[in-house]
Structures are given as structure tokens and as C-alpha cells.
Design a protein. Structure first.
Lengths: 209, 504
């Protein structure tokens, strides 16, 4: 009963905000209200970005529970540091950076990831020049990325998806640029081979032979 | 470098990736941000609560002692040589009896005295009793006389006695020396006579009649009537063997006389000097070099650890600490006292750094994911160029209690809280990615709470000045650094304190 009342209360306030102040999707007003501690604004910000950010967290972790843990921790940080957001870039990009940083810290802290999160330099690995067409849907690709060893997975995510270069990745992870390059190359090769195996077109062509 | 076509495709697909989180995620986020707000609100109110509680206590303490001492002093002025009566009063007992003649009193109906007024007289319960004559009505009722707020007459029907509860403190010997009689029967001052006459004129004829009747109350009188009876003419305390008189009105109307034994606030200076460290445990104060966790604390969480690439940060040693300021103390009783102060506090730690380089860099702030720009930094090297002192400047306010170890002991124990506000620092922070030290006061908590305890020896310099000195230990309750970026680190300060206080 109490939870029902809670839900109704929040739904009412939420609808009110949707129908008035936030119809224009005014991020700055929403941020201002969040900074003033208005629960409806906080909920709205969360609802706007939670789904996409869970997608980000999902790519860095091995289970949906871990992804939700990162999401939760990340959003607590978002609200805590919201005053530092100056409105100079997209709010979504700013939140995403926090999520990525939180995810990396989570991997470092968590013993389950610690064992595989090694960035030993295994020597240079030739970079594959393959650029296959990716026909899998987003969820399937994300699942393949998550099958990579955590070290590969993190570097692949940072380089291929977040757009960091190897120098920046080296700084973030505390590894050398060369190690980042090498591990990315291996991750890429592995992933391409898996994608090719699972790709419908590839399957079709294999079948034709 | 591979063509990023593959990467672009993956990136595009991944940006479409969305999942709806479970409800528990938001509930937990909401709980945490609400808890933080509540926590902050609570912290803001703590100093106010302390001030209100301390102020209330001191106010009531003062009020109480003033009520007593002023009345005693006034009695003393009007009755007999001051020293003799003061001596009596100071050795006051709690109750005694005195013969009275109720029939002499003129009484009149007035509004009943509010019971809350009695609360103004908290000591007392001295009974000046008794006379078994005319008043034989049930239960107690109040007498009110001009100027005297409240004293009550209780009548014991069985014993046929009446007792006054005068809310002041007299001893048995003193009270036995006096009689309470009607003012008309005695020699009183002109002022009192005028006051009595004025009071009499204000009463109506009917009231006067009622007064006369009431002087000889009968069993038929209702209890309600009796409850509203008050005296028109103030009774007078007559000293048996002398002609010295004092009315109760005079006692009550007494101007505030400075109390002889009023507990004054002592003011003075306080100085602490010793060593400070920042550690994750109490043991840090006993070591001159901070343990590894302190050094690791300088690593921003954005870096993995120290053993990849760039080296280790310097160990951190305890540095000089001192504080100086004003202090005030108020004695509560013989053994307990409360004190507060306002001080400037300086704490420091030491570390080894390389040369200073004036060059712009950016270091990553993990909490926000943003980069923090610096214009200069110190290098980290195993061949350290020089020792650097992290300095922390605070304005702080200690509040505490002190307990003397015995009535005549010179030793005392104290303890309490310190709230301190950071006003400046040159502290360096270590960036494990670039292996450099840089300044960023945003990583320091601006408000800190600490607990302290100390052991003092008191030396009396002269009649009005004392010096208290002894060891002092302070431990920070709040995290010294930003909790999101560092592990839990607390301020530790071991010092020798001295306090010079003026006032008896």
C-alpha cells in the first residue's frame, strides 16, 4: 500500500512536470531543479538517460546485475557532481563519461574482474585490416563484446565505441600506449572472427559453398 | 592503422543499445542522494544545537543562582547586620517553623495566582509555620502580596495549623528569630505603609466586608472562595529581639544585587603545539611516517596502481601543528565546567618532491570524468630535490566539558568537539598517471569535525588567573580529503596544550 501511494505521488508530480516545465526538454531548467533538490526533476533526468546509460554499463560488465550496480553508482555521482556541469557540452555525453569512468573503477575494484583485468604486454600483434560489414543487431554485438576477456573488452569499448585514442586509454588505465594498441588489435581480431561466424550473410555464404 | 569502418559500424550499433533498468536502481539512487542531503542538514544543525543547549543551560544556571542570592542579600539589608544574617542564610536548612497569627491578616478575594508563577521559585520550600487558631478551612490557598510573586498558605485541618511556604531559603535559626505579623501591628517603613494604604484603597467596600469576614473564616465557607483569597496587607517579618523589620514585599522587590557567589565566565588564551598527520587510523599519530595507504591516497582512482610505468609517490610524514585563540570557560559546579573557543589552527605534513615545473598540464578528475588544468607541478623522483610541507590553515571552534579529578585536585580531564573550516592550503596531490604532484584544494573537505581529549594540570598564577597545561589528542571524524576520490583519511593531532584563563 505504501509503495502504491509512493508510486502515485511520484507519478503525479512527474506528469505535472512533463506537462509544464519540461515539455520543451529544457535540460538546463531540469539541471537547475535537480540542483535545487526537486525529486521530480531528478527522476526525469534519470528516466531520460537511464536506458542508454545501462547500455553503456552493459558493454563493460559481464552481467546485467553488475551493469545495474554501475548504473546506480554512476547516477549517484551524476547527482553529486551535477553542479560541475557547465552546460558546455551535451548533458548525455557528460553523463556517459561518468558512467564509463565508474564502470572502469568498478572493474578494478571487483575481484571477479580483477583476475582477468590484466594488461600485460604480450608483444605486438599485427592489426587486422578486415572491415567486415556488421549485420548483427546491437544486443548481439554487445553480447560478443562482453565475451571478450575483461582487459580486451575494456580497451575495445574505450577505443572503438567511446572514441578514445591509445594514448588516452593508456592514461585512463595506467598502461602504456603500446599495450593498449596490442590488446585492442587482439580484441578486434577475435571480435571480427566471432561476428563473421554469427553473421547471417556469412552463414549464408558458407552454406552456399 | 586500420580503417575505422568496422569501428564506426560497431559504434553506431552500440549507441542504439538500450535497456530498461529495474525499479530498484532508481530507488537506491534516490535513497542515497536523499541520505546525503539529510546528513548535510544534520551536520549544519549540530553547532546550533550545541549553542542552544549550552546557552540554555548557562541561562538557567545563572537565573537560579541570581534568584537565591538576590533575595538573601535583600533580607540581609533590612533586618540585621549583614554578616550575621548572611552567615545564617548561607548555612540554610530546607524547612522550619514559625509561629503566626493568621487572624491578624486582612484578606481579600482576588484572582487566583497562576501555578506557573510558582515555577519562578525553584529552590525554597521553606516552611514558616504555624498557628492553630482561626483558619480551619480545607486545603491550601495562595496569599499574594504586592511585590512578592507567590507564597502559599497550607492548612492542615486535622492539626489545625497553617503553614506558609515562602519560596526562599532561610535556616532554622534565622526563621525562629522572626514572627510574621500584620503590617499594621508593626513599625514599617513609610514606603511600605504607602504601599499598603494604596492596596487597601483599591479594594471595594464589598471586598473590605468580605475581608473582615474572611479574617474569621468559618467551616461554611466554600473551598472555591478560599482558593481565591489573598492578602491585601503584606505580612511583616519581625525579628523577635530587635526592632529590625523586613516585609516580604521588600524581599521580593529587591533590586538585582550582584551575587557574591555568581559563577562567572573565565576568559583567556589557549595555545596548542605538537605534530599532525593524516592517516587512516589512530595509529598514525604514533608513527612519524605515514603508512602506504596514505601514499596511495594520493593516487587518483583513474590510475590503476603505482607499479605500472611511473613509480611511487613519496611517503608522507607528520608535520608541525599548532593552534592559538581565545577560550572561555564556565564552571557548572565544583568539578564540572564547560568551555568553548575560537582559534586559528595550523596543521602540516611533509613529503619529498622533485623540482617544480611551470608548465600547463591536465589531470583527470575521476568523480566527474573531467580534466583539471594545472599551471605548474612538482615532479616525483626517487632522488628527491627537497622536502615539501603541505600546510592546512583552519579557523576552528572547540566546544567541550572539563572534569576536575577531585574537589581540591589540580588535575582535570577534558573532551569535546572541534568544528573547523579550511581557509587555505598548499597541499600537493599525486597523479599516478603522470607521476606528478599538483595543487587542487577542491580535493580537500572544507568543513571538518574532530573529537578531542586532554589531561590538564592547573597552576594558579594569582587570585584571578590560572594556567592549565597538559597533553591533547585530536582525531578527525570527517574525511580529510574528498571521499569520492580518496580512501578514508583522518586528521590526527597530538600536542601539548596550555590555556591562560582570567577570572575567579
Amino acid at each position: 500500500m505504501a509503495s502504491l501511494i509512493w508510486e502515485l505521488k511520484h507519478a503525479t508530480v512527474y506528469l505535472y512536470y512533463l506537462s509544464t516545465a519540461y515539455r520543451m526538454n529544457d535540460d538546463l531548467k531540469m539541471i537547475k531543479d535537480c540542483l535545487n533538490g526537486k525529486p521530480a526533476a531528478q527522476r526525469l533526468l534519470y528516466d531520460q538517460y537511464a536506458a542508454a546509460m545501462l547500455g553503456v554499463c552493459y558493454r563493460y560488465t559481464k552481467s546485467i546485475n553488475d551493469a545495474e550496480d554501475v548504473l546506480q553508482e554512476g547516477f549517484v555521482k551524476v547527482f553529486r557532481y551535477l553542479h560541475q556541469y557547465k552546460g558546455e557540452g551535451e548533458l548525455g555525453a557528460w553523463i556517459r563519461r561518468i558512467m564509463v569512468t565508474t564502470a572502469i573503477n568498478y572493474l578494478k575494484r571487483n575481484s571477479r574482474y580483477q583476475a582477468d583485468l590484466s594488461f600485460n604486454d604480450m608483444g605486438l600483434h599485427p592489426v587486422s585490416t578486415d572491415n567486415p560489414e556488421v549485420l548483427l543487431n546491437a544486443k548481439d554485438i554487445a553480447d560478443l563484446v562482453r565475451q571478450l576477456p575483461p582487459g580486451y573488452q575494456t580497451i575495445f569499448n574505450l577505443y572503438a565505441i567511446e572514441g578514445y585514442n591509445h594514448v588516452e586509454i593508456g592514461k585512463i588505465l595506467g598502461i602504456s600506449e603500446g599495450t593498449s594498441r596490442s590488446q585492442y588489435s587482439r580484441a578486434r581480431t577475435l571480435l571480427i572472427s566471432w561476428i563473421e561466424k554469427q553473421s547471417p550473410m556469412q552463414k549464408k555464404s558458407n552454406y552456399a559453398r | 592503422m586500420p580503417d575505422k569502418n568496422f569501428e564506426n559500424q560497431v559504434q553506431q550499433k552500440m549507441n542504439e543499445l538500450k535497456f530498461v533498468p529495474s525499479d530498484t536502481v532508481w530507488q537506491e539512487v534516490e535513497r542515497q542522494i536523499t541520505d546525503r542531503k539529510k546528513h548535510r542538514r544534520f551536520l549544519i544543525w549540530i553547532p546550533f544545537l550545541f549553542i542552544i543547549a549550552g546557552g540554555s543551560y548557562l541561562y538557567f544556571q545563572n537565573n537560579n543562582s541570581d534568584n537565591l542570592t538576590n533575595r538573601h542579600a535583600q533580607v540581609n539589608q533590612h533586618t540585621q547586620p549583614a554578616n550575621a544574617l548572611r552567615k545564617n542564610i548561607e548555612s540554610a536548612d530546607t524547612s522550619t517553623t514559625l509561629a503566626v497569627e493568621p487572624s491578624m491578616w486582612k484578606i481579600n478575594k482576588t484572582e487566583p495566582v497562576q501555578s506557573t508563577e510558582a515555577a519562578n521559585f525553584r529552590e525554597t520550600k521553606v516552611k514558616i509555620v504555624k498557628h492553630p487558631t482561626a483558619i480551619n478551612h480545607s486545603s491550601g490557598f495562595h496569599f499574594e502580596e504586592p511585590g512578592l510573586k507567590n507564597f502559599s498558605l497550607n492548612h492542615n485541618k486535622d492539626q489545625n495549623t497553617a503553614s506558609f511556604e515562602i519560596h526562599k531559603k532561610l535556616n532554622k535559626q534565622t526563621v525562629n528569630d522572626y514572627l510574621i505579623v500584620d503590617a499594621d501591628e508593626t513599625t514599617v517603613s513609610n514606603e511600605d505603609k504607602k504601599a499598603n494604604e494604596a492596596a487597601g484603597e483599591q479594594t471595594s467596600g464589598i471586598n473590605k466586608k468580605e475581608s473582615k469576614e474572611s479574617m474569621q473564616p468559618t467551616d461554611s465557607a466554600s473551598i472555591e472562595d478560599l482558593k481565591n483569597v489573598t492578602a491585601v496587607h503584606p505580612p511583616v517579618i519581625v525579628k523577635k529581639q530587635t526592632d529590625s523589620l523586613v516585609t516580604l514585599a521588600e524581599v521580593a522587590k529587591a533590586p538585582d544585587v550582584p551575587a557574591k557567589n555568581k559563577k562567572k565566565i573565565q576568559w583567556g588564551l589557549s595555545i596548542n603545539a605538537g605534530k599532525a598527520n593524516i592517516s587512516n587510523g589512530l595509529s598514525g599519530i604514533f608513527t612519524t611516517t605515514a603508512d602506504a595507504s596514505y601514499a596511495n591516497a594520493y593516487n587518483l582512482p583513474g590510475s590503476v596502481n603505482n607499479n605500472i610505468g611511473t613509480g611511487k609517490p613519496s611517503s608522507v610524514k607528520a608535520g608541525i601543528a599548532f593552534s592559538i585563540g581565545l577560550s572561555a570557560r564556565k564552571n557548572i559546579d565544583m568539578n564540572w565546567s564547560v568551555f568553548a573557543g575560537l582559534e586559528y589552527g595550523y596543521y602540516s605534513t611533509k613529503l619529498s618532491v622533485g623540482q617544480k615545473i611551470d608548465s600547463a598540464r591536465s589531470v583527470m578528475q575521476t568523480g566527474s570524468g573531467n580534466y583539471y588544468n594545472i599551471s605548474s607541478f612538482y615532479t616525483s623522483t626517487s632522488r628527491a630535490a627537497f622536502n615539501y610541507t603541505n600546510q592546512f590553515h583552519f579557523i576552528q571552534m572547540p566546544i567541550g566539558v572539563e572534569r576536575r579529578l577531585g574537589n581540591k585536585s589540580h588535575f582535570s580531564l577534558n573532551g569535546g568537539l572541534i568544528i573547523s573550516a579550511l581557509i587555505g592550503s598548499n597541499a600537493l596531490h599525486y597523479d599516478g598517471q603522470k607521476n606528478i604532484y599538483y595543487k587542487n584544494n577542491g580535493l580537500l573537505n572544507k568543513t571538518n569535525w574532530s573529537v578531542f581529549t586532554g589531561f590538564n594540570y592547573q597552576i594558579r598564577v594569582n587570585k584571578s588567573a590560572v594556567i592549565e597545561t597538559g597533553p591533547h589528542l585530536q582525531y578527525g571524524l570527517t574525511d580529510f580529503f574528498n571521499r569520492d576520490l580518496y580512501s578514508h583519511m583522518h586528521l590526527l593531532n597530538g600536542s601539548w596544550s596550555a590555556r591562560l584563563l582570567f577570572g575567579k
